[in-house]
Design a protein around this ligand. Structure first.
Ligand SMILES: Cc1cc2nc3c(=O)[nH]c(=O)nc-3n(C[C@H](O)[C@H](O)[C@H](O)COP(=O)(O)O)c2cc1C
Length: 234
């Protein structure tokens, strides 16, 4: 009996130290390029709309970056303000248009750690993660995707392809059998290889090309996005 108890004790000690080592490895992976932090609040998770057969997924730097409260969007390239003067990401803005037009549920993709405030430092982190093949940890996944038949994806282009957090997210969900519309936001790369990349992660989904939204003037794409939604809803 004593022997069994001490074996069990040893086993649980080993499991605990593995978990600790994994956590330390995560921290090392994250702080290797820049000293950045876990997200301060609970992840936003699913924001229900009126149509629970449609899901809008997006990733934006806003919501995944520790911007100061009083951030001045004018001095930060690529940031926008909403009608209330709050920061809004380009992909987030396009996701809002799509959610309003379709009535779909919305799920923001969030990483467990924020990216640095400075655009240049974010690039350093992203290049490091690409080179070392480090997957950003995702803060939360939707609980149940089975009820959705249509998914709208709005993803920023980072390093000429869909951003790494989106890839980490897509690797761990299953969109089989669903129609998936892919939109990008970008500052020159357009759609890049987004459609193929999403199809590679989701071989059993019907992946369709949406539109590329330029992040320096996203509002100019709104009509086109709404027309696109209208054309596929006919
Ligand atoms: C790390 C990083 C890499 C980027 N690489 C590219 C790129 O290769 N091509 C491009 O057109 N834009 C690139 N961008 C610009 C982003 O696409 C742009 O900031 C984004 O679409 C804005 O959307 P958001 O506000 O929702 O994050 C990059 C941005 C970051 C932060």
């Amino acid at each position: 009996m004593k022997r069994i108890i001490s074996m069990l004790l040893m086993l649980s000690l080993m499991t605990a130290s593995w978990a600790l080592a994994e956590k330390q490895q995560d921290m090392e992976n994250y702080t290797r390029y820049f000293d950045y932090q876990p997200i301060a609040n609970e992840p936003i998770g699913l924001v229900p709309g009126a149509d629970h057969s449609t899901l809008v997924l997006y990733f934006s730097r806003v919501g995944n970056t520790a911007f100061p409260e009083d951030v001045d969007a004018v001095s930060y390239a690529t940031l926008n303000l909403d009608s209330e003067g709050k920061l809004i990401g380009t992909a987030q803005m396009a996701a809002c248009w799509i959610a309003e037009a379709t009535g779909g549920d919305v799920f923001p993709i969030q990483t467990a750690y924020t990216y640095p405030e400075s655009f240049e430092d974010t690039i350093t982190v992203v290049v490091g993660q690409e080179e070392d093949n480090i997957q950003p940890q995702i803060a939360a996944y939707p609980e149940d995707l089975s009820g959705y038949d249509t998914v709208w994806l709005v993803l920023p282009v980072w390093a000429y392809t869909i951003c790494k957090p989106a890839r980490a997210f897509l690797e761990n969900i299953d969109l089989s059998g669903k129609t998936v519309y892919v939109f990008t936001t970008h500052c020159g790369s357009g759609m890049a290889d987004a459609v193929q990349r999403v199809q590679d992660f989701q071989p059993n989904a019907d992946v369709r090309r949406g539109l590329a939204i330029a992040s320096d003037n996203p509002q100019s794409s709104q009509d086109e996005v709404l027309q696109y939604i209208h054309s596929v809803q006919k």
